[in-house]
Design a protein around this ligand. Sequence first.
Ligand code: IDP
Ligand code: MG
Length: 138
Amino acid sequence: MATEETLVLVKPDGVARGLTGTILARVEAKGYSLVDLRLVEPDRERLEQHYAEHAGKPFYEPLLEFMMQGPSVAIRLAGERVIEGFRSLAGTTDPTTAAPGTIRGDFGRDWGLKVQQNLVHGSDSPESAARELQIWFG
Ligand code: IDP
Ligand code: MG
């Protein structure tokens, strides 16, 4: 069986705050492999595909606006059980209550905005990973 892959994004807040290297260091320290990595300024169409499951939710439009504020770093990451493993490294969605020791728990917080600026994205299932890797890496 081929090693599992996931899509990780360092979102615009992570890139703007200069946390890309810190986040990559955690991923590498965990022992996952960088397969591909690129700086991307996604257009709305790409983000609509990526976040299709959230269309219509109250945070959907602010989320797309946030994701178009600047470049993200897209990473194709590989390793055994990397999908759930990266989600564990990232921490829960709300950065205020994400556990200390996680990326979101250590570096994220509530900035009083309409969307949670929580530094990273990680695919949540093998199906999502395949779909999202196609969207960001073709
Ligand atoms: P996840 O990134 O932890 O998988 P999702 O539920 O898939 O979380 O939501 C996608 C993104 O939308 C989150 O990472 C966050 O940036 C934003 N978001 C999710 N829920 C809320 C909310 O209730 N208020 C504001 N922003 C949210
Ligand atoms: Mg999600």
